[in-house]
Design a protein around this ligand. Sequence first.
Ligand SMILES: Cc1ncc(C[n+]2csc(CCOP(=O)(O)OP(=O)(O)O)c2C)c(N)n1
Length: 608
Amino acid sequence: MRLDALRSPADLRTLGPEELRLLADDLRRRIVDTVGRTGGHLGSNLGAVELTIALHRVFESPRDAILWDTGHQTYVHKLLTGRDADFDGLRQPGGMSGYPSRAESSHDWIENSHASTVLSYAHGLATARAATGQPGRVVAVIGDGSMTGGMAFEGLNNLGHGGHRVTIVLNDNGRSYAPTVGRLSESLIRIRSNPTFMRRQRHLEDLAERLPWVGELVERGISATKAALREMFEPTAFFEALGVHYLGPFDGHDVAEVEDALTNAAEFDGPVVVHVLTQKGRGHAPAEQDPIKHMHDTGGVKPGSYTEAFTESLVKAAESRPEVVAITAAMPDSTGLLPFRDRFPDRCFDVGIAEQHAVTAAAGMAMGGLRPVVALYATFLSRAFDQANLDVGLHGLPVVFCLDRAGITGDDGASHHGVMDMVLLSKVPGMVVLAPSSYQELQQMFEDALAIDDRPVAIRWAKTAAPHVGWDEVGRGLEARRVRTGDGSVCLLGAGKMLAAAVAAAEELAADGIDATVWDPRCVRPLDAAMLDDAGWHRVVVTVEDGFREGGFGAGVLDALSQRAPDVRVSVLGVPVAHHAHGPADELLASFGLDGAGVAASVRDLLA
Ligand SMILES: Cc1ncc(C[n+]2csc(CCOP(=O)(O)OP(=O)(O)O)c2C)c(N)n1
C-alpha cells in the first residue's frame, strides 16, 4: 500500500516490512517536494518517518493520545492521519498549519510550537484519564533539544512522582537547531557513539528475546548485567533517579525495533522513556549534509535584514568592549549570532531551549560586570517575562534584549507572532523599549543601548528586509524623530517597521489635501516628551504598531495624551487581541488595516 491508498493509521498494521519501506520512501518524497515549495521544517520530519510509522502501528490514535513536543516534526503524522490530500497547502494562506492543529484533526491534541511542554501535557492528561477511568494510553514524543527546556525537567520530575503510565519517546538526533548543548545531551551523545554499549545492548536483547521469562524481566528492567552496564551512562541513572524507567537506545529508523520497544514500554506500569536514535534529514542528501541550511526553517540571515544590522553591530561593539557577551536559547543561527560566535567563541553562550534560564543567567552576568546581549525571537521572550521583570528589571541590570521576529511573522502562525513583547516589556518598570524603522536606526540603537548602564533595554525588530537610510535620517538616544511636518490636522506615529505604513498613509492623504505630520517614535518606552507635545497640538493622533493594540505602544500614547492634551482625539491601530493563524505577514497586517491604505482609511474616518 502506498501513501495515497492509506485511509487511516489502522491500515498501517496490515503492511509488511517491504511495504513499510516503500511507504517510508513515499513519505520522504512527499515531504521533500512539498517543503521545497512551501518552506517548513525539513530535517526534523525526515528524521521522524520510521518513528511515526511505528507509533501509529503500536498505538491506536486518537484513543491513545500521541502528543508531540514543539510540533514542528508532525508532517508524517499528518500524512498518516488522513491529510495527504491537503498537504499541498502546508503553511499556505487558508491551508494546513505547519504544527498540530485541533481544527484539522482529532489526532492532534496540542496546538503548539513553543518547546518543552509535552511532558506536562502528558502528566495532566494521564492524571485526568486515571481520575475519570477513561481508556487509552498517553504517549509523549520529545526531541533531545526540547529536553533541555526547564519545563521538560519539571514535567519529568512530576511524572516520576505521579507514577502514571506514560510512554515518553526521546527522539534523539543530537541536534536542536544547532547541535544540542547540555550535560544530559553530552551523556546521550556518549551513548550514541559507544559501539560496545550498543553491541552489548543488542546482544543482551537478542538473548533476552529467546528466553521464556523475558516479558516479566523486561518489566522489571531486565538483567542485572544490563542494569550495571547502564549505570555507566548517566541518562539511565538520571531518568531512573527521577522515577522514570529507561529503555534504549534503539535505532529510530528500524520500524520493527522501535515497535518492539514501544510495545514493551506500553506494558510498563508507570512512566517510561524509550530512547530512539534518529538522524536529522535522513534520506535526503542535502538535508543530511548541511546541518543548518536544510535542517530547519531558519532561513538564515538575509542580507539587508534587521537581523544582519544587529549582527554587524554586535560584532563591532564586541571588538572594542570585551565585556560584551551574547546568549542564545538554542538558536545561534536564526538570531544572527554565528558571525559573533565565530569571532568570539568564548563570549557566545548557547544555553539550550531555555529562555527563562537565559534571562536570569544574563542577570547574573550583568551583576558580575559583563554586558549580556540576549538574542531571542520576540514570541519566546513571553516565556521569560517574570525573569525579565524581576531578575533583570527589579535589579536595574543592564541587559540588552535583542528581539527578532517581532510583530506578525507569517507562516508559522499563532504561536510565532511577536505581538506581546511591547505589551509585556512596557510594564517592566525602568525598561527601555526601542523599535528601529531602518537598518541604520537599529545600529544606532544598539550602540545607544550599550551606553545605558543602569537598566535593561529591549530592541525589537521584524523579520523583514530593513529600509536603508542615510545617517541624517537616524535619531539618537531615546528621542523620537519627526519625519514629516503637516498642517496640524493629523499626526501619525508609526512604531518600528510600521513607520513605513504611516509614511505611505501620509502620502496617500496628501493627494486628498490632508497634510499629516509623521513621527518615528523610536522609543516605545519611555515616550519622548517632545513627540507627545507636538502630537498634542494636532486635531487627531493615530498610532500604528504591529503588536497587540491593547496595552502596547499606542495605549501608552493614549494614556500620556489623556493627561497632556485631553481634547485631542487619539486612535490606536494595532493587531486585534486574538490568536491569529498563519499567512503572509503583509497580507495579515493589511487585513488588520495596518498598511498605508488601511491607516489612511482610518484617518479619513476619524476626520469625517
Ligand atoms: C520555547 C522555544 N524556543 C525556541 C524554539 C525554536 N525551535 C523550534 S524547533 C527547535 C529545535 C528542537 O530540537 P529537538 O527538540 O531536538 O527536535 P528536532 O528538530 O531535533 O527533531 C527550536 C530551538 C521553540 N520552538 N520553542
